[in-house]
Ligand binder design. Structure first.
Ligand SMILES: Cc1ncc(C[n+]2csc(CCOP(=O)(O)OP(=O)(O)O)c2C)c(N)n1
Ligand SMILES: [Mg+2]
Length: 356
C-alpha cells in the first residue's frame, strides 16, 4: 500500500503494528510494574547502584505509545525509560543486566538505568539530559525523510522539557520541515519537586506545541487503550506526511522522582487520588467487566511475569563484568566495532522473540 505525502511524493507504508490486544497490553503493563518493583528491592540491596528513576504509575503511556509503532520506527526516550524499553521488546534480561552494569546489558553495562540503548530495535536511548533526546529524534526523522523511508520517530519526554530550548528549537524545525515525528510528552505534573504551575506561566502544553504549527492533542495517560488509539492516529498522520504531531499524555508517577528524592512536595491525598486511576487495575477491571479476564487468568499473567522477572535477575546476577582490558573500547569508534550508523549493535534475542 502507498500513501501520498502533502508535498506530492508517494511513500510506501511501513509494516503496521498488530491490532491492539488489551490482554497483551495488560500483561506488558504488569511486567513493567513488577520489573520496577523488583528494581526497588535490588536498589536497597545495592545490587543496582547509581541513579534510578521509576515509571510506576506511568505504564499506560509506555505500552500505549510503543504498541503503535512498527519495527522500522525509531524511539528516543529519557532517563525514566525502563518501561519504554520493555514495551519496545528489549528483553528484561538485557535491561536488568544493564541496571547491574553487566557486560550482558543492552548498553554493555556502560549506560546503566538512564542510558538503555538497543540499535537492533531502533531504541536510541535513554538520555539523562532533560529534552536532550528530542533534537536527536528530529534528526532521525529528517534522515528518514531525506532517504524517503516511511519511518516515524517517536520522542518521549517529560513536561519539564518545555523549560528547555532544545524542545522549542526541535519543535520549530520539525514543524517547518514537516518531519514525521511524534512528540510524546508524559505530563506527570512534576519536574523533580517542581509542580507544573510553579514552573510555567502557560500550563496548556498542547496549545504551546500547536503554536509551532503542528497538530497537538491531550490524552488520558492513565488509560492505555486511549493512549494506544491516540498514538496510532498520530503515527498514521506523521507517516502520511502531515508533519509532526504532539501528544500530551496526562499521567502520574506514584513513586518519588528518583531513589534519592524524599518526596516532600506533594500531598499524600493527591497520590491516593491517582491510585484510584491506576492504569493496571483500570484495564484489568474493564476486561473483567467485559468477561474477558477471570481471577485465574490474572493470576496466570502474574505468575508468568514473576517467572520472567526472576529469570532476568538471575541472568543479571550471573552476567559477566566487562574485562578491565576493554576499559577504553568504544570510547572512540574503531572500524571493526562499527555497525549500523556507526553504532555497535548488540543482539539480545530476536525482535519477534524478544517481546516483553
Ligand atoms: C538540562 C538538564 N537540566 C536539569 C537536569 C536535572 N533534572 C533531571 S530530571 C529533571 C526533571 C525533569 O522533569 P520532567 O521532564 O517532567 O520528567 P519526569 O522526571 O517528570 O519524568 C531535572 C530538572 C537535567 N538532567 N538536565
Ligand atoms: Mg514530569
Amino acid at each position: 500500500m502507498t500513501t501520498t505525502r502533502t508535498d506530492g511524493t508517494v511513500a510506501p507504508r511501513a509494516t503496521t503494528p498488530s491490532e491492539p490486544d488489551p490482554l497483551e497490553m495488560l500483561r506488558q503493563m504488569i511486567l513493567i510494574r513488577r520489573f520496577e518493583e523488583k528494581c526497588v528491592e535490588l536498589y536497597s540491596a545495592t545490587s543496582i547502584r547509581g541513579f534510578l528513576h521509576l515509571c510506576i504509575g506511568e505504564e499506560a503511556t509506555a505500552v500505549g505509545v510503543l504498541g503503535a509503532l512498527g519495527p522500522e520506527d525509531n524511539v528516543v526516550s529519557t532517563y525514566r525509560e525502563h518501561g519504554h524499553a520493555l514495551a519496545r521488546g528489549v528483553p528484561p534480561d538485557a535491561v536488568m543486566a544493564e541496571l547491574y552494569g553487566k557486560a550482558s546489558g543492552c548498553s554493555r553495562g556502560r549506560g546503566g538505568s538512564m542510558h538503555l540503548f538497543d540499535v537492533s530495535r531502533r531504541f536510541y536511548g535513554g538520555h539523562a539530559i532533560v529534552a536532550g533526546g528530542i533534537p536527536m529524534a528530529v534528526g532521525l526523522a529528517l534522515a528518514a525523510s531525506m532517504q524517503g523511508r516511511p519511518v516515524v520517530t517517536v520522542a518521549i519526554f517529560g513536561e519539564g522539557a518545555f523549560a528547555e530550548g532544545e524542545f522549542h528549537e526541535s519543535a520549530n524545525l520539525a514543524a517547518l520541515w514537516r518531519l514525521p515525528v511524534v512528540l510524546c510528552c508524559e505530563n506527570n505534573r512534576y519536574a523533580m519537586g517542581t509542580a507544573l504551575p510553579r514552573e510555567h506561566a502557560n500550563t496548556d502544553l498542547p496549545e504551546r506545541a500547536a503554536s509551532y504549527g503542528m497538530t497537538a492533542r491531550s490524552v488520558d495517560g492513565m488509560d492505555v487503550e486511549a493512549v494506544r488509539a491516540a498514538a496510532e492516529q498520530a503515527v498514521a498522520e506523521a507517516r502520511e506526511g502531515a508533519g509532526p504531531v504532539f501528544l500530551e499524555l496526562r499521567t502520574y508517577r506514584y513513586r518519588a522522582h528518583s531513589m534519592y528524592d524524599p518526596d516532600r512536595y506533594r500531598d499524600k491525598s493527591e497520590i491516593e487520588h491517582f491510585h484510584e486511576l491506576d492504569p493496571v487495575t483500570t484495564l484489568a477491571g474493564r476486561l473483567r467487566a467485559a468477561g474477558r479476564l477471570t481471577h485465574e487468568g490474572l493470576a496466570a499473567i502474574e505468575a508468568e511475569v514473576a517467572t520472567e522477572v526472576d529469570a532476568a535477575v538471575a541472568a543479571a546476577e550471573a552476567g559477566p563484568w566487562e574485562p578491565v582490558a576493554d576499559l577504553e573500547r568504544f570510547v572512540t569508534t574503531r572500524p571493526e566495532d562499527a555497525g549500523e550508523g556507526g553504532a555497535v549493535p548488540v543482539a539480545h534475542g530476536t525482535q519477534e522473540g524478544g517481546r516483553p
